[in-house]
Design a protein around this ligand. Structure first.
Ligand code: 6R9
Length: 656
């Protein structure tokens, strides 16, 4: 790849306050630099020391990194541990009565679970799974609402060495079927329905539909948690109720010692075409990544923090920063069943005030939609408990960042913009909040020990300021081990021969600024080449969103005879969707605006208005669909993961 011209200009810098730095786990840039230097001086020693310090091993490891079968790397391969033991048992001596989970249901009902209670519930469910014949290495599909039970099911699998594969409750029966088949799961754990925004989502019905699609003889039992109480058909011999399964089960259960390299879970990546990719994570390295990022990035203070990550357990963020990381640290965390806009767009702010949340982690798309629905609402709630904010999932445009910083964080809370992926298991590039001066729109610097770089297509580092492919040069503990059942695809996708076969290719493009900060420019396939100039779609989007009329924007490329690629922008305005003359006028204004913000080459050739943008249920804009629409292609892609299919028709209309 040749250079990507980055045109985003952002000069604001916010160093950590003295007060924050004084109490931080990593205080000041010198402390960060010291960790970085330690990793550089003795890479294996660095990780080994942290793994010994933060994980309770049932059998200590003597080997650290094994590169003999690259890129199938192994970490701590002769060590043994159990993740559930590390999340529960080890806290009981000191924290049995501490609240582990604060669960807030869709309708506002709040319930709390202590570490002691969570331990018992996990053990009972683990014993229940064993009674169904689930053994170490068996796969269990978890298709559940956000609930205490979802976390219990995941922890129970970890406890007995079963490999869970959580499928997001918003996925269709077809997507579920594919995953049940690919994982060859023995048991499916689900609920009658989930409740989101006052609406019931029929989960058990989707499982039944998936089972009816056939060729799933591997599934022996379906466990159903009663959430809504809706009548659901139960197939004799196959289906059983959660409460019946756990009734009478012993409330202790051995945490099976697992090899550090034994798989902990498989998580299928969303949104890609073709066969789903089952990202497989290992027990020891994954846990280490979760713990260290809680310490470093989220500045975890288990005795005083109330941590809230809004992600669903169906996504990697909900694995690492809901089901495992906070519990491994012995923290109190909030789990939320519902949606940010129900009963009103103040729900997040009400909940932060109600539970005195200190650490809040959400996605830019949620932030942008909440700005649109009530930019002033946070000011009407007591958010004084907050001390740290985080974002994840996509680049955050500086305007949304500033609002998050000033209105939600009251200019007091650092923002950790965390870059990472399903495949990396835990945060890779992010500010450390007591050390790194932050700038709106950049995920800043790699975590200690993460050898992130930007290279061209031959694998050579690009000059500072130029764009290129984001890679990680050395193996790190929390990275995926393989793709379930497809090691060849794993090698080809993540460790391509062109880069020497040992460098992890993230699939994102990025540049570094004069401070070495990483600016993620989007997926490699989101890079536009307009008249020989390479532009990140993100930059044009950011420029559009900076216009006071615009609520949200997505930019894609479309083949163009002369320029190579033309820029097509999909725009959601803060006002109603314009038509006719008004639309034409706004198009002209926005083109001029982008011309001024970035330069004439970035002016969208076409602007299309919608009431919304097509998004996956995890909130990612589906750019591949937008590209197809821009080209006027028939939509043949799977739209089963799309939250709002109706808006596709609107977006087919270009303003004349
Ligand atoms: C954790 C998660 C991974 C892709 C990744 C990148 C984008 C995630 C980001 C970000 C810019 C950030 N991404 N965090 N882009 N800044 N802070 O989201 O995993 O669902 O696998 O998505 O998301 O493009 O490659 P996943």
């Amino acid at each position: 790849m040749s250079t990507i011209e980055s045109v985003l200009q952002e000069n604001r810098v916010f160093p950590p306050s003295a007060a924050f730095a004084a109490q931080a786990n990593v205080a000041g840039m010198a402390a960060y630099q010291a960790l970085v230097a330690k990793a550089a001086a003795d890479y294996e020693g660095f990780w080994a020391e942290l793994a010994r310090q933060h994980i309770t091993w049932s059998k200590p490891f003597s080997q650290v990194l094994d590169e003999s079968n690259a890129p199938f790397y192994k970490w701590f391969a002769d060590g043994e541990l159990n993740v559930s033991y590390n999340c529960l048992d080890r806290h009981l001596p000191a924290r049995a009565d501490k609240t582990a989970l604060i669960f807030e249901a869709d309708d506002g009902t709040v319930s709390k679970v202590t570490y002691q209670e969570l331990y018992h519930r996990v053990c009972q469910f683990a014993n229940g799974l064993k009674s169904l014949g689930v053994q170490k290495g068996d796969r269990v599909i978890i298709y559940m609402p956000m609930s205490v039970e979802a976390v219990v099911a995941m922890q129970a699998c970890a406890r007995i060495g079963a490999i869970h594969s959580v499928v997001f409750g918003g996925f269709s029966a077809k997507a579920l079927h594919e995953r049940i088949q690919d994982a060859r799961a023995k048991v499916v754990v689900t609920a009658d329905e989930s409740l989101r925004g006052g609406k019931a989502v029929p989960l058990k019905a989707a499982v039944d539909e998936a089972m009816a699609m056939g060729d799933v003889d591997n599934v022996q039992k379906i466990v159903v948690y009663r959430r809504s109480g809706a009548a659901v058909p139960m197939q004799a011999g196959r289906d059983l109720w959660w409460h019946d399964l756990v009734k009478g089960q012993a409330d202790s259960c051995e945490a099976v010692p697992m090899n550090a390299e034994d798989p902990l879970f498989i998580l299928y990546t969303s949104g890609s075409t073709g066969k789903p990719k089952g990202v497989q994570h290992a027990t020891g390295g994954y846990l280490l990544g979760a713990i260290l990022s809680m310490q470093w990035v989220f500045d975890a203070k288990p005795d005083t923090d109330v941590y809230w990550c809004t992600a669903d357990v169906g996504w990697i963020t909900g694995h690492t920063y809901v089901a495992y990381g906070p519990l491994a640290l012995g923290m109190t965390e909030v789990i939320f069943e519902g949606v940010p806009t129900y009963p009103s767009a103040a729900r997040f702010w009400e909940m932060i005030a109600r539970h005195k949340v200190t650490t809040f982690y959400t996605a830019p798309t949620a932030i942008r939609s909440l700005i649109k629905l009530g930019a002033d609402l946070p000011r009407q709630h007591d958010l004084s408990s907050l001390r740290l904010l985080g974002t994840v999932g996509e680049p955050i445009n500086p305007e949304a960042w500033m609002w998050y910083y000033e209105v939600v964080g009251q200019s007091r809370c650092p923002i950790v913009d965390t870059w990472w992926q399903t495949e990396t298991g835990s945060n890779m590039i992010s500010p450390l909040p007591g050390a790194t001066p932050i700038k709106p729109g950049t995920c800043t610097l790699p975590l200690p020990g993460i050898m992130a770089e930007i290279v061209d297509e031959t694998g050579h580092p690009v000059p500072q300021g130029s764009g290129g492919m984001l890679v990680i040069k050395r193996p790190f503990p929390s990275q995926l081990r393989t793709l379930w059942g497809d090691p060849e695809r794993f090698k080809k996708t993540y460790f391509p021969e062109e880069l020497g076969g040992k460098t992890y290719l993230a699939g994102d493009s990025s540049r570094r600024d004069e401070d070495g900060y990483f600016w993620i420019m989007g997926r490699i396939d989101d890079v536009l080449n307009v008249s020989g100039h390479r532009l990140g779609t993100m930059e044009i989007e950011s420029a559009l969103v900076a216009n006071p009329m615009v609520a949200e924007a997505a930019v894609v490329g479309k083949p163009h005879e002369i320029k190579g690629e033309a820029v097509v922008a999909y725009v959601v305005l803060k006002r109603a969707r314009p038509t006719g003359e008004e639309a034409k006028k706004i198009v002209a204004e926005l083109r001029d605006w982008v011309g001024k913000e970035i330069g004439p080459i970035a002016k969208p050739d076409e602007i299309r208005f919608g009431d919304n943008l097509p998004k996956t249920r995890s909130g990612k804009i589906m750019r591949r669909l937008l590209r197809a629409i821009a080209k006027g292609e028939e939509i043949t892609q799977d739209v089963s993961t799309l939250e709002n299919p109706a808006i596709l028709e609107q977006l087919k209309e270009a303003v004349a």
